[in-house]
Design a protein around this ligand. Structure first.
Ligand code: SAM
Ligand code: SF4
Length: 331
């Protein structure tokens, strides 16, 4: 079957699908969720492996989705993840497969994930100091994450990307150290502006470290030259002069890239979201469970994308926080 593009009314073509496999997490990053965790989705509400696989097949076969990123919550908490990945990789319309993880437990499963057909991995790491890591994530797991990074690289899940969210007064002083660590290990560092998507609603613009400032801090340590921007990639990238190392900055707040957005998101309970900041969702799980055929699911998916807005306006007068936090949407 030849898919026809998943285009919205602004001409944006959507080829990237983010799939949240669970809303649960084994960390409690302060910029993401409260210490006590959240009211997790009950299991019957979660998409089963068969349902996830069917939606990935419909997306890739009929709608032109070419890349699928598995996320959460913490996707490594999903039972049977290598098996689910292997089934996605075996689809005739198999997409490029990547995963965003906090890296806890990655050391043990990286070879199985690579063997199942995973191509790339992004590991979130906001500090290299063990005491600070414990404060920031409320768990003492930094050594596991460092082992996970090395194991991912050894398993060929390349390029291994390291994602950090600098927060003022918490870890912004570590921006150069994190970058130097990534450069030394051959990981690709990316800094992400913090967004008002924490479950507690405690985000403050003043504590977000804007891209300009991230770059200023990087320039104290490195000579940087811009890498020409490719298509819809959200990261603006800089090459460390004289090396092959590339550092990315994702300026979702101060330089939004909505005009080039090519993403749709599927929550762990089967709700399609046409934007991270969408305030409406399309219930694909209900369709699947009501026995809808592939064309009906395709039509609902296209209708959702057709209704996509031009972009978010964080901090603007009309901005409304989405009802779900990042961990329940799938970051
Ligand atoms: N648990 C996995 C992890 O941490 O990589 C996957 C899900 S997590 C929600 C995905 C990414 O979102 C992580 O890189 C995390 O740092 C980032 N994130 C979480 N809350 C955020 C916020 N309020 N603003 C910006 N990024 C955030
Ligand atoms: Fe968990 Fe990722 Fe949120 Fe941290 S950012 S609490 S690891 S979902």
């Amino acid at each position: 079957m030849h898919p026809s593009p998943l285009q919205d009314r602004f001409g944006r073509i959507h080829t990237d699908l983010r799939v949240s496999l669970t809303d649960r997490c084994n960390l409690r990053c302060t910029y993401c969720m409260p210490e006590q965790g959240l009211a997790w989705l009950p299991k019957p509400q979660l998409l089963t492996d068969d349902e996830v696989l069917r939606l990935v097949r419909i997306g890739t076969e009929r709608l032109g989705i070419r890349s699928v990123r598995l996320t959460g919550g913490e996707p490594l908490l999903r039972r049977g993840l290598p098996g689910l990945l292997a089934r996605m990789a075996a689809l005739p319309s198999a997409p490029e497969l990547s995963l965003t993880t906090n890296g806890v437990g990655l050391a043990r499963v990286a070879p199985a994930l690579a063997g199942a057909g995973l191509h790339r991995v992004n590991v979130s790491l906001d500090t290299l100091r063990r005491d600070r890591y414990q404060e920031l994530t409320r768990r003492d797991r930094l050594p596991d994450v460092l082992l996970g990074l090395a194991a991912a690289q050894a398993a060929g899940l390349a390029p291994v990307k390291v994602n950090a969210v600098p927060v003022r007064g918490v870890n912004e002083d570590e921006i150069p150290e994190l970058a130097a660590f990534a450069v030394a290990h051959g990981y690709r560092m990316r800094f992400i502006e913090s967004m008002p998507l924490d479950a507690q609603g405690a985000w403050e613009r003043e504590r977000m470290v804007p891209a300009e400032e991230i770059l200023e801090r990087l320039r104290e340590r490195f000579a940087l030259e811009p890498v020409p921007r490719r298509g819809s990639a959200p990261a603006e990238e800089w090459r460390v002069v004289g090396t092959g190392a590339v550092i990315g900055v994702i300026a979702s707040v101060t330089r939004p890239f909505c005009g080039g957005c090519d993403r749709v998101r599927l929550t762990a309970d089967g709700q399609l979201r046409n934007c991270l900041f969408a305030t409406e969702e399309s219930d694909l799980r209900a369709l699947l469970r009501a026995g809808a055929d592939d064309p009906a699911v395709e039509a609902a998916w296209r209708a959702s994308v057709a209704g996509k807005g031009p972009g978010h306006d964080i901090g603007g007068a009309g901005f409304r926080r989405p009802d779900r936090p990042m961990s329940a949407i799938g970051g």
